[in-house]
Design a protein around this ligand. Structure first.
Ligand code: AP5
Length: 188
């Protein structure tokens, strides 16, 4: 089973590369951002709380995210080839929870870290913001999301490096070239 944690700053290409990986390798794709936006779209009380956090560019609390991941992993079909975790984990505490949960089901995961220069991240997200309708795709919130990424998410790279499950990819190139690097890693 091939479990991939696709990590990277906002706009690094996690969603874009996930789609390509799904197409070629037939993995399941879990985007925690999509799960949270779906909850917001329902207009539930929980969705309103999530909306307040996401639209400011802040993370949703770890305990709320744990339920999402536990539900997902415990209901994976028996013939599942593996999962791309897109946007999870985002804190060291989430990484520790994920390791424990995967271990419980006899699985592990490798982290692929998409490294992209900050100016390029901002450019991509501003461009996407013209059509995405996402409340967090505006310059102030983008800057805050990137700061949150540096403070809370970047440390998980050390966590996976320490556990020997870490590969970095240069995400500054065009979509196809980034995917080529990922294919080389996955085809090993
Ligand atoms: P999430 O939806 O995961 O957003 P994000 O991490 O900010 O990432 P983006 O979707 O903005 O970018 P991406 O890296 O997927 O890039 P994409 O492929 O779209 O999370 C949103 C929010 O939910 C978080 O801020 C947080 O509040 C909350 N949340 C989610 N998970 C959580 C968790 N685990 N814990 C707590 N809170 C959580 O590409 C971006 C743009 O660039 C696109 O227009 C694309 O076409 C373009 N592009 C992509 N690659 C390239 C390329 N190589 N060259 C040129 N353009 C490119």
């Amino acid at each position: 089973m091939l479990n991939i944690i696709l990590c990277g700053a906002p706009g690094s290409g996690k969603g874009t590369q996930s789609e390509l990986i799904v197409k070629k390798y037939g993995l399941q794709h879990l985007s925690t951002g999509d799960v949270l936006r779906a909850e917001i779209a329902k207009g539930s009380e929980l969705g309103k709380q999530i909306d307040a956090l996401i639209s400011q560019g802040n993370l949703v609390p770890d305990d709320m995210m744990y339920g999402v991941i536990e539900n997902y992993i415990s209901s994976l079909p028996a013939d599942c080839k593996g999962t791309i975790f897109d946007g999870y984990p985002r804190t060291v505490s989430q990484a520790e929870s994920l390791t424990r949960l995967l271990k419980k089901y006899g699985m592990e995961a490798v982290m692929i870290d998409l490294l992209v220069d900050e100016q390029l991240l901002i450019q991509r997200l501003i461009e996407r913001g013209k059509v995405s309708g996402r409340a967090d795709d505006n310059l102030n919130t983008i800057r805050h999301r990137i700061a949150v990424y540096h403070n809370q998410t970047e440390p998980i790279a050390h966590y996976y490096l320490h556990h020997g499950n870490y590969v970095a990819v240069n995400g500054n190139h065009c979509v196809d070239d980034v995917f080529l690097q990922i294919e080389r890693i996955l085809d090993k």
